[in-house]
Design a protein around this ligand. Structure first.
Ligand SMILES: C[S@@+](CC[C@H](N)C(=O)[O-])C[C@H]1O[C@@H](n2cnc3c(N)ncnc32)[C@H](O)[C@@H]1O
Length: 211
């Protein structure tokens, strides 16, 4: 049984791959993608270690598959492996071609889907079966309300009951509007503030309102 939102209209450190990029390569790749498509990147640098630790803090190594949206250079992915998540439990979604190619190199055991996150569905992507937690690195403030709604329907339609989606924002409130959250039957709470990120960021945790 999966929760299907009826959106209305509105510690095994050795698992980190040997193909990890150098600090310089990572910045180069990020800046190239930023120059190609600034709105789709929505940040001036990959997230820092403190934010990676905060957004992945509640992940338990054996709590099922983890869906990561907007992986970029793999900062959050590497942190999950460091926490003991097995690479074969990861479903990584990234729309940028070069970044997707590099994620496949860095994490050969993970599933990498090069697709816009809002177009995911369990019907077209059976890899989503059994997702327990979602980590979202998407530039949500640059996405429309319609895309937010499609995204929540896709994520909460795929996750097992009780699953949570953790996202970050540089803004002062959840980047998904109360109207969209209510329409999708999802509630959001700010779970962490990360002053040591550049810029400082908040992590929000979203769960099905009925959970
Ligand atoms: C702000 S970067 C974050 C990267 C990484 N998670 C981090 O924190 O450093 C946003 C990433 O989301 C990807 N992205 C943007 N819109 C997307 C979409 N609709 N579907 C999938 N990926 C998307 C971008 O290509 C980029 O890699």
């Amino acid at each position: 049984m999966y929760f299907r939102p009826s959106c209305k209209t509105v510690a095994h450190p050795k698992r980190v791959s040997s193909a990890s990029m150098s600090w310089l390569q990572e910045r180069k790749q990020f800046i190239k993608a930023l120059l190609n498509n600034p709105a789709a990147i929505g940040a001036v640098a990959p997230s820092g270690a403190a934010l990676a630790a905060a957004i992945t803090a509640s992940i338990q190594p054996r709590a099922g598959k983890v869906l990561e949206l907007g992986c970029g250079t793999g900062v959050f992915t590497r942190e999950m492996l460091r926490r003991g998540v097995h690479p074969s439990s990861l479903v990584l979604v990234e729309q940028d071609t070069e970044m997707s190619r590099d994620l496949r190199k860095q994490f050969p055991e993970a599933t990498v889907l090069q697709v816009p996150a809002q177009e995911l569905s369990r019907e077209s992507h059976p890899e989503l079966d059994g997702i327990g937690t979602t980590i979202c690195g998407l530039p949500l403030r640059n996405m429309s309300g319609t895309h937010h709604q499609q995204l929540l329907a896709a994520v909460f339609g795929a996750m097992r009951p009780g699953g949570a989606m953790h996202l970050f924002t540089y803004g002062v409130r959840c980047p998904i509007s109360p109207a969209v959250l209510a329409a999708c039957g999802v509630s959001a709470r700010r779970s962490r503030f990360v002053p040591m990120n550049l810029p400082p960021a908040s992590v929000y945790s979203l769960t099905a309102a009925s959970a």
